[in-house]
Design a protein around this ligand. Sequence first.
Ligand code: ASP
Ligand code: MG
Length: 412
Amino acid sequence: MPILVMKFGGTSVATPDRIRRAAKRVGREVANGYDVIVIVSAMAGETNKMVGLVDEISPFYDAREYDAVVSSGENVTAGLMALTLQEMDIPARSWQGWQVPLKTTSAHGAARIEEIPTDNINAKFAEGMQVAVVAGFQGISPEGRITTLGRGGSDTTAVAFAAAFGAERCDIYTDVDGVYTTDPRISAKARKLDRIAFEEMLELASLGAKVLQTRSVELAMRYNVRLRVLSSFEDNNETAGTLVCAEEDIVESNVVSGVAYSRDEAKMTLISVADRPGIAAAIFGPLAEAGVNVDMIVQNISDDGRTDMTFSCPVDQVKRAEKAMLGAKEKGDINFHELVADTDVCKVSVVGIGMRSHAGVASKMFDSLAAEGINIKVITTSEIKISVLIDRKYLELAVQALHDAFELEKAA
Ligand code: ASP
Ligand code: MG
């Protein structure tokens, strides 16, 4: 029998009624002739609640116990989903991560999947079981402790199962009906995409579009798992949702597929550092050690052997970055006149695989920002993305202007 993976997010299993609604969808796919692997999240809000409890009891917690606690929400929904299916006379049972066993590294709180043996579940399918319900987000370390895959990790569980079992598709049921050209709360013209390439989705996911955990998209790209994002609150037909797939499977696409943003950015500038071999390493080494996620980097042309170095990072890491830089200065590893932090910036990016073969995207982007009187502070580009750092107060305006300039409301 062909295998289908169906993943239900927290809002899709938030109440017994919603679990029943999700189970009906599973029943339909069973009737269509699939063996189904269902991956469930915890009920909406449960994981947050447990993270809060851990913080309250032990602010500097033992990560192994954190995982033991926060993984438990998925155990509840897995069992409830299996019970619901049984009530519908569909042969089903639940698996916790360790029972599969979904083997991970020991990086508690952000473990990586190493292996998913399929024999256990396949044997049950062979015996007539039709649905395997698996608790998402959790696994087991080589030491035999429960691990979790990072927030939003059940998306990654779902894709990993689809890859391991050679599933025909991996359907991600969530509370939005697909991936949009931009955030519909910002631009009323945002349009749902029928298809999007893995690489574009990766850029959009890491740029703050929160539909899918970034790692799940990386995994889908590596193993060529066709991912469909769709709403569990609507009746879906064959073309519902957004298919995240290989570039070759997209016939027509716009040069730019989407406009992404990230609100909470900060820009930091080290003024007048010595421009010598090793200076970048002396700055970014300590920042990395301090756990600062540096994103954009710009080094100015040097004048008299001195230069300004600018970088961006999440706004809540500014204190950490300052401490690392002042520490390095005290040790004599670097020298600078001043460290200036601008904490009122945001990042806006246009993304599209079509950029590889089309010139002029950057100039169009800059023209349309200029027309709105928006000053660009930092620019970075990759093969399929152009990002700018601008004042945060212009975020909405910039997203709307770019969406209009690239006519994203129109399908290709
Ligand atoms: N329940 C976990 C979380 O809230 C995992 C998930 O839902 O994907 O992060
Ligand atoms: Mg999620």
